[in-house]
Design a protein around this ligand. Sequence first.
Ligand code: IMP
Ligand code: MG
Length: 177
Amino acid sequence: MPILRSEPLITELEIKVRLGQMVLDLARDLRGKELTVVGILRGSFMFTADLVRQLYINDIHPLIDFIFVTSYDGTESTGEMRLLKDMSLDVRGRYVLIVDDILDTGRTLQFAKDYISQRGAAQINTCVLLDKPSRRIADVQADFVGFTIDDVFVVGYGLDFNGRYRDLPYLGVLKEE
Ligand code: IMP
Ligand code: MG
């Protein structure tokens, strides 16, 4: 059973500062557009909540929705994508910002982009808190990235290991014991 390293990989303050910077980039891109934010559950719940509060500070008031997509079992991607909860809002003709916690193999983001595109969104951009480029399988990149990290398994700030640690306000690393 892996245990949590005591020192954070990325602290609560570092996350907050970075989100403030990201939202300035986003705001430039969003000017004059009607935005719908679509978070990918469950991992993005904390990031999405903090991101929209930063958007608010920049006077951007999006519609907010979620889809629940899963492919994961423990630390290994099964590669099989399942849509467990659909969006509630109609995104036809809308500018959609997909928000996810981490871009790993890329299968989840590719699936979400294809799905939301099929639902008729006019424009789709993607925003992830973390990017692990070394693990990529699907040919997909995010338009906005918080932090690029090495191939370590991170937990906290919405990310879990077998359902645990999502509640941590910072990002930590699991180590094998
Ligand atoms: P992908 O489909 O392989 O890109 O994986 C994306 C999803 O896998 C993320 O939304 C996370 O839920 C999960 N995931 C990938 N890497 C990690 C990690 O290091 N810690 C926790 N969850 C992860
Ligand atoms: Mg996820």
